[in-house]
Write a protein that binds this ligand. Structure first.
Ligand code: ASP
Length: 315
């Protein structure tokens, strides 16, 4: 029997203690703990890794503090367009959606794609049509609204390149708030099956239907029982160019590295060279876990059947 393990993240970035009130910090830690408990409850009852990562991700999507589901960031047009992916490591089954709107839990739609379509990846209106056909829960725009995300967007919405058009003070505030609030989970169940899930609103002020790494299998999300399950968070473009999640798997499969060492190379060397700020969480089929990031902080949590349980934010 494998060690039962669940790890979660709620995004990485310039998350500094001095920018945080104790109230907000407590709210984040409580949100992480609730998601960790929701996912771990599935595993401790003998449930599958894929159902555990879905349950943990749903809890984070429902929490307005995180940039996924409710509380997603705004696009250039002032809309919320969400991406999500889920993958399980025994058969390499996967499902993903991009640019979906009004879907309460995009990770449930990704799971639906995995289990009840002949496809892996659906986008935009087609994905929404599939959601309606499958009876996936929808919500009005107001449900997803967060004042904090709206204020963030207001700072940049009038420019294509906020770097040029904003005052120094605004710019500094903005950079200090460079938090990537994507959520994700990875798990190893008692049968040694592993799975990964990632869900996001993407990046504030994104346009032209921009899609990040999160829903791309092998980039932001990947799972293979032979190697690892990975969920990433950070500046999506470098993670795509690095094929980050699959690269960890390759380093394990072809070079024989362990999970921690493989993740360390990708997060602290390869991504850094591409200016890819962020992090990732991973598990292997023995239940080992690693949570690594090259940014100031990453909202994260980890719990296993050896009695270890922790939620944390800063380095
Ligand atoms: N990786 C996500 C994206 O680029 C953002 C994040 O992790 O917060 O869409």
């Amino acid at each position: 029997m494998s060690t039962i393990t669940l790890a979660i993240h709620g995004g990485a970035g310039t998350i500094l203690k001095e920018d945080m009130t104790s109230e907000l910090e407590r709210a984040y830690l409580t949100g992480l703990q609730n998601a960790l408990d929701a996912g771990y409850a599935v595993l401790s009852k003998g449930g599958s890794a894929v159902n555990a990562v879905k349950a943990a991700t749903v809890a984070l999507e429902d929490n307005i503090l995180f940039n996924a589901g409710r509380g997603s960031v705004f696009t250039k047009k002032g809309l919320q367009e969400m991406d999500a992916a889920i993958m399980e490591g025994s058969f390499l089954d996967a499902g993903a959606v991009a640019g979906v709107r009004n879907v309460r839990n995009p990770i449930e739609l990704a799971m639906e794609v995995m289990q009840h379509s002949n496809h892996v990846f659906l986008s935009g209106k087609g994905a929404n049509d599939f959601a309606i056909r499958q009876g996936i829960k929808l919500e009005p725009d107001e449900y997803f609204f967060s004042q904090f995300r709206y204020d963030q967007w207001k700072l940049v919405r009038d420019s294509d390149n906020y770097l040029l058009d904003h005052t120094r003070q605004e710019m500094e505030d903005l950079m200090r708030n460079r938090k990537f609030g994507t959520v994700g989970a990875v798990a190893c169940d008692s049968n040694g099956n592993i799975a990964a899930a990632t869900s996001t609103g993407g990046m504030t002020n994104k346009k032209y239907g921009r899609i990040g790494d999160s829903p791309l299998i092998g980039c932001g999300t990947y799972a293979n029982n032979k190697t690892c399950a990975i969920s990433c968070t950070g500046h999506g473009e470098p993670f795509i160019r690095a094929v980050a999640a699959y690269d960890v798997s390759c380093l394990m499969e072809y070079k024989g590295l362990n999970l921690q060492d493989a993740m360390d190379i990708v997060v602290n060397d390869k991504l850094v060279k591409l200016e890819g700020e962020g992090g990732m969480i991973g598990v292997d089929a023995k239940g080992n876990a690693a949570l690594l990031f090259n940014s100031a902080g990453m909202y994260r949590g980890f719990k296993n059947s050896n009695g270890y349980s922790e939620v944390a934010i800063y380095k």
